[in-house]
Write a protein that binds this ligand. Structure first.
Ligand code: GDP
Length: 579
């Protein structure tokens, strides 16, 4: 552990990257972006706010929430969010800290929006798993951990709320290792919890940081930084039991914990673990500093080779040897769309595509090619830099790791689209969808509002909020028949309903359909017809997706399993299909 510390600290000198490298390489290397994954209520908002506070991006705690409320007040969509106390829309927060440019990609915590989180994680280079110290792992922590794993992201763990009585830190590490099969390397180790939470040991330096409780919102005061083995520490702690426990823990960890190896973090074999309290500011700054040193700068990304390779990459959670990748140092610009959102600001009807820059340099006015549209050229002049709810016209160059907002009025961009410059076509591996689990018939009871209905629905479908399925051959987009919507969770339906109402003035009714699961039959309609003729698909509804591919809806898991057992080879059933 100690061996790495000098190297890591060396990197954090005022300029993170040496002179001599190209501007692009230097800028890419000083980018650190992260997405926080957690179960609702673990303290994500609080931690985000504190990271901004310590990063100097805001100068008073409470600013993030205040902004959130301002925004909520301007839109009914946000009103839904407020009523439910959940976070629906992901945003990006960017700031400069210690010579690094940090981007926090915000992810919704509620499980019905896992898909949004999934896409955001596709744009992130690091994940921070936030755990409530009293609760340990919770359902959504588990689900999102798996997603981060699938994305092969380095995972940092912050165990929060140590100012409350907590599970023992060893117990938490055990739980993570046993359930996730990732080894824990504690970096900050807590001294006590609840009222007896006194501070943390930084295992890289063997220095103990003792804190004083500050007033809420104030930056916590470090009372003392003392060597672990000093007599002063024992004196200042003034709690022999805690002191003995600390020495014992330190010894156990030195023996059992794996070394803090950067390569092992990058490959997801170990997770650096931090303990603290976001609300009382304990350990937040130490975490932030460590993250600058240990977090991964923008990494190489897999591109499609036109074959099955890219999709396989996501399913196995591995970039196979021989997969083509684009390095962030590649001289030509490339990036991909990971999120679309309409009407971010209801005063200006807008549609925005969020693009993660992966290589090269982006400058306003850049002429790029659109990979899905067969290299069609576009000039990107109206580009926004995004941080929080503020969007300003981009007037500076952007580098790998950055996120830019491109106006998307004509719906030119879809989720997963790649844009690039240069003669070599680049197409990043697609972001697969979660398999839908809830289905509803969406009817617009007022024919006079058909236009608004069609337009609103089209935009929300573009955003990937829900998917539309229809009867086979009904290509008019549902002008006659009501479309069937498919989503991962019912809250997604509520958002669609609420946004159609507030943004497009259409009151739709959604009638839930009694299906429990969907599978794409990649073998095509011929195979579906054959299975039908064989009597294998009784009670299974056959629809098609936007691309005309057969989608089967199953009334129960039981029926699904029986079809899977009988017709897997024939139908080639998959839980989702990549666009
Ligand atoms: P989110 O749902 O994950 O964004 O969680 P919030 O940041 O909104 O926090 C949920 C609740 O936990 C709020 O009441 C916070 O004040 C509280 N909270 C957050 N961090 C801490 C902490 O370190 N200690 C304690 N005691 N409470 C915290």
């Amino acid at each position: 552990l100690a061996a790495l510390a000098p190297v890591a600290r060396g990197v954090a000198s005022s300029s993170p990257v040496g002179a001599g490298a190209s501007t692009q390489a230097r800028e890419a290397l000083r980018r650190r972006n992260l997405a926080i994954i957690s179960h609702p209520d673990a303290g994500k908002t609080t931690l985000t706010e504190k990271l901004l506070l310590y990063g100097g991006a805001i100068n008073q705690a409470g600013a993030v929430k205040a902004k959130g409320e301002q925004r909520r007040a301007t839109s009914d969509f946000m009103e839904l969010e407020q009523q439910r106390g959940i976070s629906i829309s992901s945003t990006v927060l960017a700031y400069e800290y210690q010579g690094y440019k940090t981007l926090i990609l915000d992810t919704p915590g509620h499980q019905d929006f896992s898909e949004d989180t999934y896409r955001t994680l596709a744009a992130a280079d690091n994940a921070v798993m936030l755990i409530d110290g009293a609760k340990g792992l919770e359902p959504q922590t588990r689900k999102l951990f798996e997603v981060a794993r699938l994305r092969r992201l380095p995972i940092f763990t912050f165990v929060n709320k140590l100012d409350r009585p907590s599970l023992s830190p060893l117990q938490i590490c055990d739980q993570i290792e046993a359930e996730f099969g990732i080894r824990c390397c504690p970096v900050l180790w807590p001294i006590g919890s609840g009222d007896r939470f006194k501070g943390v040991l930084d295992r890289r330096t063997s220095v103990v940081h003792l804190f004083a409780r500050g007033a809420r919102g104030a930056i916590a005061e470090t009372v003392a930084e003392l060597p672990l083995n000093s007599a002063e520490l024992r004196e200042m702690l003034n709690d022999d039991e805690l002191h003995a426990q600390l020495l014992e823990d330190a010894e156990i960890l030195d023996e059992l914990a794996p070394p803090l190896d950067l390569a092992a973090i990058a490959s997801g074999d170990i997770t650096p673990v931090f303990f603290g309290s976001a609300m009382s500011n304990f350990g937040v700054q130490l975490f932030l500093n460590a993250f600058m040193q240990l977090g991964l700068p923008p990494a190489a990304r897999a591109v499609e080779d036109g074959g099955a390779g890219a999709a396989a990459d996501f399913e196995n959670g591995a970039i196979e040897a021989g997969t083509r990748v684009v390095q962030p140092t590649h001289a030509e610009f490339s990036g991909f769309v990971f999120k679309l959102q309409a009407n971010l600001d209801p005063r200006h009807r807008d549609r925005m595509a969020f693009v993660r820059v992966c290589s090269g340099t982006f400058e306003p006015g850049l002429r790029v090619k659109h990979s899905r549209l067969k290299g069609k050229e576009l000039t990107l002049s109206q580009v926004q830099s995004i941080s929080g709810n503020e969007r300003t016209t981009l007037d500076e160059a952007c580098y790998p790791g950055d996120v830019i907002g491109i106006n998307n009025p004509a719906g030119t961009f879809a989720i997963g689209d790649t844009i690039y410059t240069g003669s070599e076509r680049i197409s990043y591996s697609k972001i697969p969808s979660f398999s839908p689990e809830v289905f509803a018939l969406c009817t617009n009871p007022s024919p006079s509002k058909y236009k608004q209905f069609a337009k609103g629905l089209e935009q929300l479908l573009d955003e990937g909020a829900v998917q539309r399925l229809r009867e086979r051959g009904d290509m008019d987009g549902g002008a006659g028949a009501a479309p069937i919507l498919a989503a991962v969770g019912p809250l997604q339906f509520e958002v669609v309903q609420s946004r159609l109402q507030s943004e497009y003035g259409v009151d739709v009714t959604l009638e839930r359909l009694p299906f429990a699961a969907a599978r794409w039959a990649l073998a095509g309609w011929g195979a579906v017809e054959q299975a039908t003729a064989d009597g294998k698909l009784l009670g299974v509804r056959k629809l098609e997706d936007t691309w005309g591919r057969p989608v089967l809806l199953f009334p129960s898991e039981w029926k699904l399993n029986s079809v899977l057992a009988d017709c897997t080879t024939l139908l080639q059933l998959r839980p989702y299909a990549v666009a």
